[in-house]
Design a protein around this ligand. Structure first.
Ligand SMILES: Nc1nc2c(ncn2[C@@H]2O[C@H](COP(=O)(O)OP(=O)(O)OP(=O)(O)O)[C@@H](O)[C@H]2O)c(=O)[nH]1
Length: 366
C-alpha cells in the first residue's frame, strides 16, 4: 500500500467526532538536497530511562508549563486522528484469523476463565471491539504484557485506570516470565468454584481451563511458554505465528489454551490500526512502512515522554513535528542512499527496540 503524502495536507480542521478538539495535522513531501554517507546513531535506550517515569532523560519537551500532561496526550489523539484519516486504511484479516475466530467462539464454552492479553504500549488499540460480546459474564483476567517496554508512569496510569474501572489487571513480561506465576494463580483462584460445584455433585475435581486470547504478537504464546518453563507454543517476533488453537497442561490443576492472535475483520479506528503497525502487532503487508514511520516520527516528536530533541539527537536531523515524511526522506538520503523504505524501517525498528526510551503510545482517557 502506498499513499502520496504530498497530497495529504489538511488545511483546516474538518468536522470531527465529539471527543476530539480541533487541531492541526499536515503532511507534505519535499525534495531533498544534502547527502551524507555515514550513519551516526546517537543516544541509548534501556530500562534505566524509566527511572524518572519517562522515556527519555534528555527530553526537554515534557511540558510547556501551561498544559498538563494529559492535555498533551489528548492533543496527540486528536492529531493522530487527522493524520491517519488521510491515509489509505490499514486492514489485515488473513484466512487463519477468520478460522481462529470461529474456533475460539466454539471453545469458549470450555473455558472457566479467559485471559485477555494486550500490548502494554497500546492497551486500547489491542482491545478487540467484540470481546465483551463474546465473553459475556465469563470470568476474565486482563493482562498488559510487554511491561518492560513502557515507563513506570505509563504503568501507573494504566494500573490506576483499570483499578478505578474495577478490572483485574496483571502486568507481565512474556520474554522474561515476570507476572506469569501470578497469572496462573489468579486463573485457578477465579475458577475455584468449578470444583466446588463438582464436589457437591459427587464428581472428581478437574483441571481449571484458561483460554488465552488477544491480538497478534502481543505475547500470548510467550507467556504460556514462560509459565510452563518449556517452549510448548510457537513464538516469534512477528504477528501471525500461532496458527492453531492448542490446549497445554500446566501441572495437574491448570490447562491453558494458546490461540492465534485475532483482529476485527474491519478495523474502523485507523488511529488504532497505525499504532498496531508501529508496534508490529499487525501483518507488515497491510501497511506502507514509510507512511507508518512518518506518523511515528510525528507522534514521537509530540509525545510528552519522548519529544523532538530525542529524534534530532539520535539521527542528527531536524524534525518538523507535522511532517514526519520529510524526516524519513532526509534520513534516507543521509544514511540509506536514498532508500526511503530502509530509513522508515530503521525508525520503526528503533522504536520497537526502545531506542527512544521505553514508552507507551497511549494513556488512559481522562
Ligand atoms: N520485550 C518483550 N518482548 C516480548 C514480551 N512478550 C513477548 N515478547 C516477544 O514478542 C514476540 C511475540 O511473542 P508471541 O508470544 O509469539 O506473541 P503471540 O501473541 O503468541 O503472537 P501470535 O502468534 O501473532 O498470536 C516474541 O519475539 C517474544 O519474545 C514482553 O513482555 N516483552
Amino acid at each position: 500500500m502506498s499513499v502520496q503524502l504530498s497530497s495529504l495536507w489538511v488545511p483546516n480542521s474538518p468536522p470531527i467526532p465529539q471527543h476530539f478538539v480541533p487541531n492541526r495535522g499536515r503532511f507534505s513531501a519535499s525534495a531533498l538536497s544534502s547527502q551524507s554517507p555515514t550513519i551516526q546513531i546517537i543516544g541509548v535506550g534501556g530500562p534505566s530511562w524509566r527511572e524518572n517515569g519517562y522515556g527519555n532523560p534528555n527530553n526537554n519537551n515534557l511540558f510547556d508549563g501551561c498544559q498538563g500532561e494529559s492535555d498533551h496526550w489528548s492533543e496527540l489523539d486528536t492529531d493522530l486522528y487527522h493524520w491517519t484519516k488521510a491515509l489509505r486504511p490499514v486492514q489485515w484479516f488473513p484466512g487463519h484469523i477468520a478460522k481462529a475466530e470461529k474456533e475460539l467462539k466454539e471453545q469458549l464454552k470450555l473455558m472457566d476463565v479467559v485471559i485477555e492479553v494486550r500490548d502494554g504500549r497500546i492497551p486500547m488499540s489491542t482491545s478487540h471491539p467484540q470481546m465483551d460480546l463474546w465473553l459475556g459474564n465469563r470470568k476474565r483476567i486482563l493482562v498488559l504484557n510487554r511491561e518492560d517496554m513502557i515507563s513506570t508512569a505509563d504503568r501507573n496510569a494504566w494500573a490506576d485506570y483499570f483499578t478505578r474501572n474495577g478490572t483485574k489487571v496483571v502486568f507481565s513480561n512474556g520474554q522474561l516470565g515476570m507476572g506469569t506465576m501470578k497469572l496462573g494463580r489468579l486463573a485457578k483462584e477465579l475458577a475455584a468454584d468449578v470444583n466446588v460445584k463438582r464436589r457437591s455433585k459427587g464428581l472428581l475435581p478437574r483441571a481449571v481451563r484458561a483460554g488465552i486470547v488477544g491480538y497478534p504478537n502481543v505475547g500470548k504464546s510467550s507467556l504460556i511458554n514462560r509459565l510452563l518453563k518449556r517452549r510448548m507454543c510457537p513464538a516469534a517476533p512477528r504477528p501471525g505465528v500461532t496458527r492453531e488453537l492448542r490446549w497445554v497442561r500446566f501441572g495437574k490443576d491448570l490447562e491453558l489454551l494458546d490461540s492465534p492472535g485475532i483482529l476485527p475483520m474491519r478495523i474502523s479506528d485507523q488511529s488504532a490500526a497505525i499504532k498496531l503497525a508501529i508496534c508490529d502487532d499487525i501483518g507488515e503487508r497491510s501497511y506502507d512502512v514509510a507512511d507508518v514511520a512518518a506518523i511515528l516520527v510525528q507522534m514521537l516528536s509530540k509525545l510528552p515522554t519522548v519529544g523532538r530533541d530525542a529524534l534530532c539527537k539520535r539521527y542528527k536531523i531536524d524534525v518538523d513535528c507535522r511532517d514526519g515524511r520529510i524526516f524519513i526522506e532526509k534520513l534516507a538520503v543521509r544514511v540509506f542512499n536514498g532508500d526511503v523504505h530502509q530509513a522508515a524501517f530503521r525508525v520503526l525498528a528503533d522504536f520497537r527496540k526502545g531506542k527512544f526510551g521505553w514508552t507507551a503510545l497511549e494513556r488512559p482517557p481522562k
